[in-house]
Design a protein. Structure first.
Ligand code: CA
Length: 368
């Protein structure tokens, strides 16, 4: 049909309506959400992920979809965010899922469990190894839709007031430790404490606890833990690559327009990459600073790691016997982790070890 006869048949108003309909019919609605983080604002890395998500979502929707971010304790206590998302008090929370192992240890698979996976392996499991489906099914009971949204990479083992030379040195130690790491350590005599990030320093300073782990050099230095406990051990074997998540209330998520859902999902992917990159970029300088400040850096001995590994395996078997939800994820998770270890030792590990050895030889980093 020629343009002229088309106008004749439909009239100008008809043409305007037809041509403008796709724009106005799907006008972007204003959506305002509240996000409660479990972390203090002073930690730009781990709290920062919430802001990365909020900024990307606003920038991608011409500010129509706004997520206001609140630090731990501002509107919801750091460990109260699952309840708040579950009952719809807030639309979403940024947190470490393993904090909620007291509700069910199965939460910890969505974050980290002792002698688990590193950052890349955790991503592989979640995005392409069946982990997301398993966790989404589990979180349904809590009205939660989860999105991986950050990772710290392998953590440090924490600051101790006294030297830890053998497994026996753990006996009677009151230690702040995140997630399920405290369960196997209990078998070695540790009295684990769950304390939010913002409250760790005063507890260690007052002597309420004897040791505390948080994340790694950059965050740990900010919390000032080295000022009251000099011995800094590694690795944090209970957190090889802990994932942080955006927990979204299922109804709030379903009510979002499809494009906002997609934008939110993309923003969480971004936060997942951005946080790890930030930690990796910032940790080396922070570690040097800590050592220059008198921190005694040391690895946990093989004897200690072996004892912890044994206690961990026993713990998993015990939980699996009692908890069908845990067992359902643990079995495929374990097979996936073991395959990952077998793969990573081939090329990645050989490459890393050679580069580390080269750095040692040159004393200035890898030779040119
Ligand atoms: Ca930790």
């Amino acid at each position: 049909m020629e343009r002229r006869s088309f106008i004749k048949h439909t009239g100008l108003a008809g043409i305007l309506a037809a041509s403008s309909a796709p724009v106005f019919a799907q006008a972007a609605p204003e959506v305002k959400w509240r996000l409660a983080s479990s972390f203090p604002k002073s930690l730009d890395t781990i709290f920062g992920a919430a802001e990365v998500i909020s900024k990307r979502v606003a920038a991608s929707t011409n500010n129509k979809f706004q997520i206001q971010t609140f630090a731990g304790g501002e509107i919801v206590p750091p460990f109260g965010v699952v309840d708040a998302v579950q009952n719809g008090t807030i639309q979403c929370a940024h947190t470490a899922p393993y904090y909620f192992f007291g509700k069910d240890p199965t939460f910890a698979f969505g974050c980290a469990i002792p002698f688990g996976m590193n950052y890349r392996q955790q991503n592989a499991w979640m995005y392409h190894g069946g982990g997301m489906q398993l966790m989404r099914e589990f979180y349904k009971d809590y009205n939660i839709v989860n999105f991986p949204a950050g990772n710290t990479g392998a953590q440090m083992g924490g600051f101790f007031r006294k030297e830890i030379k053998t497994p026996a040195d753990f006996k009677g130690l009151k230690m702040r430790i995140g997630g399920t790491g405290g369960l196997p350590l209990q078998k070695l005599g540790v009295i684990p404490q769950q304390i939010p990030g913002g409250d760790i320093y005063p507890a260690l300073e007052k002597g309420t606890i004897d040791a505390a782990e948080w994340v790694g050099p950059y965050d740990d230095e900010k919390l000032g833990l080295y000022k009251v406990a000099k011995y800094y051990y590694y690795p944090g074997w209970w957190e090889g690559g802990p994932e942080l998540d955006l927990f979204v209330n299922a109804k709030a998520y379903q009510d979002l327009p499809k494009d906002y859902q997609s934008i939110l999902e993309g923003a969480c992917y971004e936060a997942n990459v951005d946080m790890m990159a930030k930690y990796d970029a910032l940790n080396p300088a922070a570690l040097k600073k800590l050592i220059a400040g008198g921190v005694k850096l040391a690895p946990f001995s093989n004897e200690i790691l072996a004892a912890c590994y044994k206690a961990t395996t026993e713990t998993y078997e015990e939980i699996s016997e009692k908890n069908a939800k845990f067992k359902k994820i643990y079995e495929p998770w374990k097979a996936f982790r073991n395959d990952q270890i077998a793969w990573f030792q081939v090329s990645e590990n050989r490459f890393d070890n050679f580069m580390i050895a080269t750095g040692r030889m040159s004393q200035r980093g890898p030779s040119k």
